[in-house]
Ligand binder design. Structure first.
Ligand SMILES: Nc1ncnc2c1ncn2[C@@H]1O[C@H](COP(=O)(O)OP(=O)(O)OP(=O)(O)O)[C@@H](O)[C@H]1O
Ligand SMILES: [Mg+2]
Length: 257
């Protein structure tokens, strides 16, 4: 059982510009929370702050994982604690193959879970797991020996992000627009891959613009995010309503407030 709590979280850019203005949100294992909101409202900034990206400063409030305040923890420490962020724009790492990257990431997490003592997964076991997960997520085996994200298509990057998640088995996963750039078949494969991991061992925070991914990853809660704040919460039906009516009613409120 894992719980991520955001308590009155405020986040600013390096130059001090406030972007996230007081978010209260609790995500527990077994739950899927969707965040939907207009471009530039601060969704990715919120995701980066949760993951511990150094360019985003928490200026108020707390991030708490399983009762432990991780607001000041490094990104590595958070990952080892079971947090995972699938990026909206995954970066390339030329010179590091997908296989090597995943093996190192997995072994770093295993070491942390083993009280800081090295506990690398034996290579045959790693290979078996890796191939099985690649097949599950319909990731081409040819990608395994290529440099991470280097020249990958948009959809290939997203699939490899979810492959990484499936290998690392995080406890709380934050998915930032994992659906963008996926073709219809890939969307289904990737979304079902995520849905399979959601359960007693994992909860998910899914940032998306479209209801379509939520047909495969059933949200328990939908949060509307405007101007750095959650302005409305509801169930899956709220995502359907947004698809029709957009964000105008809240944006207007923001202007008059
Ligand atoms: N590193 C950065 N440097 C400068 N501005 C930034 C940086 N990161 C975010 N911003 C600004 O902060 C605001 C919020 O950006 P963010 O990426 O969080 O929005 P978003 O809700 O994820 O939008 P989208 O739906 O388009 O992905 C934007 O105005 C953006 O330009
Ligand atoms: Mg974004």
């Amino acid at each position: 059982m894992a719980t991520l709590e955001l308590k009155n979280l405020h986040v600013a850019l390096e130059d001090g510009t406030p972007i996230v203005n007081g978010v209260d949100l609790t995500v527990s294992s077994g739950e899927v929370h969707a965040i939907m909101g207009p471009n530039g409202s601060g969704k990715s900034t919120l995701a980066y702050a949760i993951a511990g990206h150094p360019a985003y400063q928490v200026t108020g409030g707390q991030i708490v994982l399983d009762g432990v305040d991780i607001t000041e923890a490094g990104a590595d420490e958070r990952a080892q604690g079971g947090l995972f962020l699938a990026f909206q724009y995954p970066h390339a790492i030329p010179g590091v193959t997908v296989t090597n990257f995943l093996r190192q990431a997995l072994n770093a997490v295993r070491k942390a879970r083993n009280g800081g003592v090295d506990d690398p997964m034996p290579v045959p076991e790693f290979r078996k797991l890796f191939l099985a997960k690649m097949d599950d997520l319909k990731v081409s085996r040819e990608l395994a020996s290529r440099y991470l994200n280097d020249g990958f298509s948009g959809g290939e990057k997203k699939r490899v992000e979810i492959l990484q998640m499936a290998m690392l088995r995080p406890r709380i996963a934050v998915l930032d627009e994992t659906d963008s750039g996926l073709d219809i078949d890939a969307l289904k494969v990737v979304a079902e891959g995520v849905q399979q991991l959601v359960g007693p061992e994992m909860g998910a925070l899914v940032i998306t613009h479209y209801n379509r991914i939520l047909k495969y990853i059933k949200p328990d809660f939908v949060h509307v995010f405007v101007d750095g704040k959650i302005v409305e919460q509801g169930g899956a039906e709220l995502a359907e309503k947004l698809e029709v009516s957009g964000y105008e009613e809240w944006e207007k409120e923001g202007v008059t407030a």
